[in-house]
Ligand binder design. Structure first.
Ligand code: FAD
Length: 418
């Protein structure tokens, strides 16, 4: 039976493993953590959002970005220290501006397609992931930002999305808990939804095990030797809970490997003579624990995106409210900065004054972002190497579709019985 290795047990790796298993392949997944979804797929914004499919490669986003950088609570931060990776990535990002329109429409279509894949998986595997199908509401504080949004909206409509403008009084009806008296207007997408990426990925990893997958945790894949047929991998296994340097090496032969390694995919690709330019764009979230009745009633059920601060929200069941934001260009730094968490807490208090922020759980994650903000799905130089990675700010939204795309590509290259 054709045996495939998948590197990464985040949302992209686990959806890929599931899709390959369904097709009839034998699958082994590797992850350096002891559980699935412990990096960027842990506590993200929760939005399954075709309405956030706009790529950022536009002059207006660049201008907004420069304005933002002057603010103390800026949603965009750039560490100016020299770094070849950062500045070469930014140069490529700017060079993609001419493709803004086409890439936004393509991402919208992919996001719409991905929804049904994800809903079908959740239904057939019985995965409970705090799914809320109540739409996503984008809010704007002034006419200027609303007018820009109106132009973007046309691209989303061209991509097939159902999204319409709403007045402040309609906003109040859609989400009564939002303190919305200073808003100019909004755009609402009823078909968008939200859910807990960590719960979903964990549930799907369990489904993969039932379908016969081997998931090797605590193991970092370090060596890649492509052969005329297949590829040899070496991995280092951390013992003693990873607390000390106690580890051992193991190796094996696979018919092919699929790299779904998030922000590490670039370094792995370089070892395989492929170039995939992924920059780690850092973001933060808080999970507000709704410990009392007033907070539970005062937190929104409808998901929001505040354009002025680029903050997104999701209601995760009755007891949790997720608030996420910030795009920070600061390499692989994973420190949780209190000055980045404070604006998320302050925003929650401003818009949801009934919600107690006494108990907030902070988190940070690195978005695996390509310069054109499109995921990289395809074969590498070597015939036994495939990639499904680089999903940037939309990995939760897109993964269920890209997993099937890479599986179909593998299917045309590798017969099921090797
Ligand atoms: C603040 C924030 C908010 C976000 N909000 C949203 C949102 O609302 N909606 C949305 O669609 N997306 C959102 N995203 C983006 C989304 O979370 C990511 O695109 C997605 O989680 C990336 O998944 P991944 O599988 O590519 O990476 P990861 O989840 O990071 O998984 C990669 C895995 O590979 C493993 N790995 C790497 N190298 C190796 C190796 N050599 N050997 C073994 N294992 C390895 C890692 O341990 C990791 O578990 C957000 C991101 C952030 C940071």
């Amino acid at each position: 039976m054709t045996h495939l290795a998948v590197i990464g047990a985040g949302i992209t790796g686990i959806t890929t493993a599931y899709s390959l298993l369904k097709k009839g392949y034998r699958v082994t997944v590797f992850d350096r953590h002891p559980y699935a979804a412990m990096e960027t797929s842990f506590a993200n914004g929760g939005q399954l959002s075709a309405s956030n499919a706009e790529v950022w490669n536009s002059t207006s986003t660049l201008l907004k970005g420069m304005k933002w950088m002057m603010r103390k609570d800026a949603p965009l931060l750039l560490n100016p220290l020299p770094s070849w990776h950062k500045y070469s990535w930014l140069t490529e990002f700017v060079a993609q501006i001419p493709h803004y329109r086409a890439n936004t429409i393509a991402t919208t279509r992919l996001a719409i397609e991905a929804r049904q894949h994800l809903f079908d998986i959740a239904a057939s595997e019985n995965i409970e992931f705090n799914h809320e199908k109540r739409g996503i509401l984008h809010i704007y504080r002034d006419k200027a930002s609303y007018d820009i949004a109106t132009k973007t909206n046309q691209l989303l409509l061209d991509g097939g999305l159902d999204r319409h403008g709403v007045t402040p009084s309609e906003i109040r009806q859609i989400e009564p808990t939002l303190a919305s008296n200073q808003l100019y207007g909004g755009y609402y997408t009823p078909s968008d939804s939200t859910g807990d990426i960590h719960l979903f990925t964990k549930g799907l990893a369990a489904a993969c095990l039932k379908k016969g997958a081997n998931i090797i945790y605590n193991s970092t894949v370090t060596g890649f030797v492509p052969k005329p047929e297949g590829i040899d991998l070496t991995w280092s296994v951390a013992h003693s809970g990873g607390l000390d340097a106690d580890s051992s090496n193991d190796q094996g032969h696979f018919d092919a490997v699929v790299v779904c390694a998030g922000v590490e995919s670039r370094a792995i690709a370089a070892q395989l003579n492929d170039r995939i330019n992924i920059y780690p764009v850092k973001g933060y979230s808080i999970t507000v624990m709704l410990d009392d009745e007033q907070s539970r009633d005062g937190a929104p059920m409808v998901s929001l995106l505040d354009e002025d601060t680029k903050i997104v929200t999701s209601r995760l069941g009755r007891n949790r409210f997720r608030v996420a934001g910030t795009a920070e260009f600061n390499g692989f730094n994973r420190d949780i900065r209190s000055d980045r968490i404070a604006p998320l807490v302050a925003w929650t208090r401003r818009y949801f004054p009934q919600v107690s922020t006494e108990h907030c759980v902070p988190w940070t994650g690195l978005r695996p972002m390509t310069p054109n903000m499109m995921p990289y799905i395809g074969q590498g130089h070597h015939q036994s190497v495939f990639y499904n990675t680089g999903h940037g700010h939309l990995g939760w939204t897109l993964s269920a579709a890209t997993a099937d795309m890479i599986t179909n590509q593998i299917g045309t290259n590798l017969p099921l019985a090797a």
